[in-house]
Design a protein around this ligand. Sequence first.
Ligand SMILES: [Zn+2]
Length: 236
Amino acid sequence: MDTLQIDDLQFEVRRSARRRSLEITVDRGGELILSVPTDCPDERLQDFVRRKRMWIYQQLARKAATSAAVRPKEFVDGEGFAYLGRSYRLRLVPPGESTAAVKLVGGRFVMPSTFAPEGRMHLIRWYTDRARPWLAHKVKAYSARMEVDPTGVRVQDLGYHWGSCGKGDWLYFHWKTILLPAPIVEYIVVHEMAHLHEPHHTPAFWRRVERAMPDHERRRVWLEGHGLEVEGLKED
Ligand SMILES: [Zn+2]
């Protein structure tokens, strides 16, 4: 592996013939990745890194602060769980009081106490069931404007990705998208739909996103800054 050490910062250098510009990304574990054109001279890499140094330190500090703040949820009375950008408290009820494993009633997640030991699984199922029609509805709303006709929407665990598009023009979304505020989820939808035209983050890709959602930049920045709070995820 190609690495570059500049003072106390170490980078994994990824060279690509298709790339024109230099880019630094800080991945989930705080590793630094420097993506560069194949023939980029070392001097230019070093210059670039030195100019970006303050930004890098800020990113690292923010990541460290966020990962410290994320604690595993407990399925106890009063615990807060997100849904479309709002937090709802959990209320455990006696088993006879509700038949569904999870319900959102009167601004509370209601769960019979017998389901609490497997609470995470039940809540993920609830999120997935809510996310599917919500996302499908948004996809439909943007289809004509974005000139795509996706086969459909699948919601599942996508690891560290918010969304992806697969064979046969299926769109995939992480169930965790539905925890984010609606305008941010909408941005993820538009982003993935644009990938049906342009698989890579080329200028043409961003022009498509821009046409469909002129304020996408603001939403993307929010996602980069806050997305990790939803259990350490990043955009694809
Ligand atoms: Zn993308």
